[in-house]
Design a protein around this ligand. Structure first.
Ligand SMILES: O=P(O)(O)OC[C@H]1O[C@H](OP(=O)(O)OP(=O)(O)O)[C@H](O)[C@@H]1O
Ligand SMILES: NC(=O)CC[C@H](N)C(=O)O
Ligand SMILES: [Mg+2]
Length: 492
């Protein structure tokens, strides 16, 4: 659902975006781009757009709204050309309006540029001021246009690969980009690997996408993840791709929350199937905080794979628990925690989830969810389950407490909205009204993801960010903090 899109503040935040890029041998890219954006709709619901190139000129269709509403058959027919990029947006920088909708198009002396961005820059303001001083005029107040202008400027002085490298040395923060320079399609992943991006092979071409589920939708094969700091250039005739490792870091900062909540369970991210990761996190959750219970129940949607792993591990231990889908989800209500007002979020949770009385009446129930952000979902569910006759309600969460905001592009609200920012686990338990509450440890997250803590971005659960955010704030404007300079890669 397009949660309260009209009510969002001009600098409102949130979720993530999805990017795609396609290069085909001998057919228009518009429909494959459209289907792959449809597969990534969960990553952004504010606007959608496609830019293609037919060898002579660029074609663009970008509008506010959901993928299915933004494009009709006629729009797709007009998007000519075998190469193109696409975007679904959830704003993290700039307005919630058509000016900030993507892909951005820039025309300049040596060609045309289209650019789609998932992520959030922390030094966009600084670069914008510099470019403005050089005469660049911006049409939006977001961070993505800044990348497009910086790259266009570099392309006046350098070849494609060198220009991208220069831009990568200037921008700081998280970014997965798909770019069109004339008919060439490029993919770039930030040096910390914070945002996902992968490459897929089709019968007649190649595709770049935020998540592999988009490649599946096109009946393609996942080739591999784009490496942190890597540039991929798709051959314009769909026959292959070139790779350039432009920036290398000693450590990465992969967003763990991508695996826990954002991505689709059927996507493979950084070599791990999200479904398996969530099931294994659920198994760890049982190992760390088992409790006697009659019924284990997922909080749909994102809690599902965690709960199946939890119940499986419990039964392997001889706990004899029943696994029940006892919370019915209204399929027309989407993600709730991103809604702008508390009133709307509460209403949405009630609209979204309804318990099946017979699965809980007279029973000890354990509900499993991936995360608690503001506590809206868990508070209401505990209440609803008690009203439906549950004797005891235990809550198990497949992530650590969210104690700090996210500056890299997820709606983690401000500290004063986060239920765990200044409360102990027992205080939270009391606030949500549960008989017991346990979260998963940071160690378990790192173990299951097969990474050291130093290679993950854990800012929202530790308050320590892998980016040097100088001016950490408590409001919702994520474009303001400056980042300390990192060693820029040599130009050549
Ligand atoms: O503590 P809160 O502020 O309520 O936020 C946490 C809840 O929000 C998310 O679900 P959401 O409804 O956004 O999406 P989902 O259907 O993918 O689980 C998450 O999965 C939790 O259920
Ligand atoms: N959610 C995202 O990745 C958003 C990309 C970009 N920062 C924007 O706000 O448009
Ligand atoms: Mg949920």
């Amino acid at each position: 659902m397009a949660h309260g899109r009209d009510h969002r503040t001009p600098d409102g935040m949130t979720e993530k975006c999805g990017v795609v890029g396609v290069s085909l041998a001998d057919r228009d890219a518009a429909r494959p781009l459209y289907y792959s954006l449809y597969a990534l709709q969960h990553r952004g619901q504010e606007s959608a757009g496609i830019v293609t190139h037919d060898g002579f000129q660029q074609h663009s269709h970008v509008e506010m709204g959901l993928v299915g509403d933004v494009f009709d058959a006629e729009d797709l027919d007009q998007l000519n050309g075998p190469t193109g990029i696409g975007h679904v947006r959830y704003p993290t920088s700039g307005g919630v309006n058509a000016c900030c909708a993507q892909p951005f198009s820039v025309s300049f002396k040596s060609g045309s540029l289209g650019l789609a961005h998932n992520g959030n820059l922390v030094n966009a303001g600084e670069i914008r001021s510099e470019l403005e001083a050089l005469g660049h005029a911006f049409t939006s107040n977001g961070d993505t246009e800044v990348i497009a202008h910086d790259l266009a400027r570099n392309l006046l002085e350098a070849d494609l690969v060198r220009a991208v490298k220069r831009t990568m040395s200037r921008i700081h923060g998280s970014y997965a980009l798909t770019i069109m320079h004339d008919e060439a399609v490029l993919g770039v992943r930030d040096p910390e690997g914070n945002r996902p991006l992968c490459i897929g092979e089709l019968d007649d071409g190649y595709v770049l996408a935020s998540e592999s589920a988009a490649i599946d939708t096109l009946d393609g094969e996942l080739v591999r993840d784009v490496a942190p700091g890597e540039l991929i250039v798709l051959e314009p005739d769909g026959t292959g791709f070139d790779s350039y490792q432009l920036v290398e870091r000693d450590s990465t900062a992969h967003c763990f929350f991508e695996h826990v909540y954002f991505a689709r369970p059927d996507s493979v991210i950084d070599d791990g199937l999200v479904y398996d990761v969530r099931r294994n996190l659920g198994r760890e959750l049982w190992a760390e905080s088992s409790i006697e219970t009659d019924v284990v129940m997922p909080v749909p949607d994102s809690g599902r794979s965690f709960a199946s792993g939890y119940a499986e591990a419990a039964n392997e231990d001889g706990a004899g628990v029943e696994f029940a889908e006892g919370l019915m989800k209204n399929r027309y209500v989407g993600r709730t925690f991103i809604m702008p007002t508390q009133d709307e979020r509460e209403r949405a949770v009630r609209l979204k989830l309804n318990p099946i009385r017979s699965t809980v009446e007279g029973k000890t129930v354990t509900i499993i969810d991936d995360s608690i952000v503001r506590g809206t979902t868990s508070t209401q569910l505990v209440d609803l389950l008690r009203d439906a006759g549950a004797e005891e309600v235990h809550v198990r969460i497949g992530a650590p407490p969210i104690v700090a905001p996210c500056y890299m592009g997820i709606d983690m609200a401000s500290r004063d909205e986060l239920i765990a920012a200044d409360r102990s686990v027992d205080d939270i338990r009391e606030t949500i009204g549960a008989d017991s509450l346990s979260y998963l440890s940071i160690e378990a997250i790192a173990d299951v993801l097969g990474r050291t803590k130093g290679d993950l971005c854990l800012g929202c659960v530790t308050g320590e960010y892998p980016y040097d955010i100088e001016d950490e704030r408590t409001d919702r404007d994520v474009s303001r903090p400056a980042v300390g300079s990192e060693s820029a890669p040599a130009d050549d």
